[in-house]
Design a protein around this ligand. Structure first.
Ligand code: FES
Length: 489
């Protein structure tokens, strides 16, 4: 088979691709990240690159000659945790690492083992996004792929972030002696090389749930005697990242009822108090991360992240204050809330401005299909909240605090989330944004052995609720689709 050189900028990496392969294949071979939510099927239109000065879709560009392509530049923002209590480290390790492997973004913190101080941090787009935005696409890919490409690419990224944080802090990577990792169950299995098949067949439980301490040399370029702590999973789609959030919020110590939400490609939720707490996940879909939305994109430079009314005039904010390139999740929610206020969307979700609404004089449009995608995503989450409250035998108003974790949770406007019915309006004043609580849990686990042990107790006490198996789920989901202000209230 004829081979061609594909040079990828700005990284300036050249790989050899066979005639007939796509540019997306070449990008994957180079171990680089390109947002490809549909996994290369040519249906999402998000994998745009520049090839010979033309903008084209990487997955639809077939290699037939040497080629130079330029990838879009997107660096994810690192989210810190917001005002969660500090802890004292209990060990003598000089340097330790904490990783949060998100479906979209991977974050690494290098900490002093003596003081707990963050010495440096770095993040990268999860390279598995080149294989699909959602977990199911990636698991399906992994099940057919004998080369273990998903495992290899995430391990490479974790290694690169280790080196990057060490260099930033002026630390020798070989002096790092301990690390901890959180991530959802699919990320956990794909990183560790565990068969992900049990996650997609009933009863959808992890192949491995327990917390583990493993030799670091198999995963990380740190001390050859180093140890990696892997936090436990709760269920197939409620993973170690949720446990990290529970750890950071001391969830099992709440006397009052609390609700914790981490909304991303999946929505993971925990509700309860010291006596009992339930955990569930909803297939919220990746709409809130920009996939399946015609002008959707991640929360990166160029994304419209906030839309609001100022004296009746629609105003928007763009990350990086540059030309707007698309809508990220928080901007999408805001825009729908504003259009509801303006009467351009009715309570059933019908767009009354025709088939689309254009944002000012930009190229960004919101289509009727986009509104429906948001309705499906928000109904899944809202139904989960309602059903957890029912299972606990409480009214929604009994919830005293709502922890919103994760990047989307941190940037979304709580009023807009309540206006569109993603969250029950009666909880608006109880919302607390806690930032990257999963990463905070990873930090605590690596700094203290008793925190790592605590994570195991937190996971073991969580009662997993399989929403789809509840007879009321379908009705509750349909009820939550509308935009009426008192939907399900
Ligand atoms: S259109 Fe190329 S990845 Fe979706």
């Amino acid at each position: 088979m004829q081979q061609f050189n594909i040079t990828i900028l700005p990284q300036n990496i050249t790989v050899s691709a066979e005639a007939g392969q796509s540019v997306l294949d070449a990008v994957r071979m180079a171990g680089l990240s390109l947002f490809a939510p549909c996994g290369g099927k040519g249906t999402c239109g998000k994998c745009a690159i520049s090839a010979n000065s033309h903008v084209t879709l990487a997955c639809q560009t077939i290699v037939s000659s040497d080629l130079t392509v330029t990838l879009p530049q997107n660096s994810p923002h690192i989210l810190t945790s917001n005002s969660l209590a500090e802890i004292e480290p209990d060990m003598q390790d000089a340097y330790v690492l904490a990783f949060d492997i998100g479906t979209t973004t991977v974050v690494c913190y290098l900490l002093s083992g003596k003081t707990g101080e963050v010495l440096s941090q770095a993040s990268a787009v999860n390279p598995q996004t080149s294989y699909g935005a959602d977990l199911l696409s990636r698991i399906q890919y992994a099940l057919q792929d004998e080369s273990n490409a998903l495992e290899a690419c995430i391990r490479r990224t974790i290694s690169d972030l280790t080196i990057e944080t060490a260099e930033k802090a002026g630390v020798n990577a070989a002096d790092i002696t301990r690390a901890s990792i959180v991530g959802n169950t699919a990320m956990h299995h794909l990183f560790l090389g565990i068969d992900p098949k049990p996650l997609v067949v009933p009863p959808y439980m992890p192949k491995v749930s327990c917390a583990m301490e493993l030799p670091a040399k198999d995963f990380l370029p740190i001390s050859s005697n180093g140890i990696v702590r892997i936090l436990p999973n709760i269920a197939g789609f409620v993973g170690a990242d949720t446990v990290g959030c529970l750890l950071a919020t001391r969830f099992d110590q709440n006397e009052n009822i609390a609700l914790m939400l981490d909304i991303g490609t999946n929505g993971e939720m925990v509700m309860g108090n010291a006596k009992r707490y339930l955990a569930c996940s909803t297939a919220a879909g990746p709409a809130f991360e920009g996939a399946n939305i015609s002008c959707g994109m991640g929360g990166m430079t160029g994304a419209v992240d906030h839309v609001y009314l100022d004296d009746g005039r629609l105003v928007y904010h763009v990350i990086g204050n540059c030309t707007p390139a698309g809508l990220c999740g928080s901007g999408l929610l805001d825009l729908i809330a504003v259009l509801l206020e303006m009467g351009h969307i009715d309570n059933s979700g019908r767009l009354l401005t025709g088939t689309e609404y254009r944002l000012g004089d930009t190229d960004i449009v919101l289509t009727q299909r986009d509104v429906r995608e948001v309705q499906l995503a928000k109904a899944a989450i809202r139904a989960g909240i309602e059903l957890m409250a029912k299972q606990l035998g409480i009214e929604i108003s009994a919830v005293q605090i709502v922890y919103l974790a994760g990047a989307f949770g941190n940037y979304l406007n709580p009023s807009a989330a309540c206006r569109i019915g993603l969250l029950p309006p009666q909880l608006l004043k109880k919302i607390r944004l806690i930032g990257n609580a999963a990463g905070e849990g990873a930090k605590r686990s690596v700094l203290r052995a008793d925190e790592f042990a605590y994570s195991q107790r937190l996971a073991a006490r969580a009662e997993f609720l399989e929403l789809a198996s509840l007879p009321q789920f379908q009705d509750c989901f349909v009820d939550a689709m509308g935009f009426g202000e008192d939907t399900n209230a």
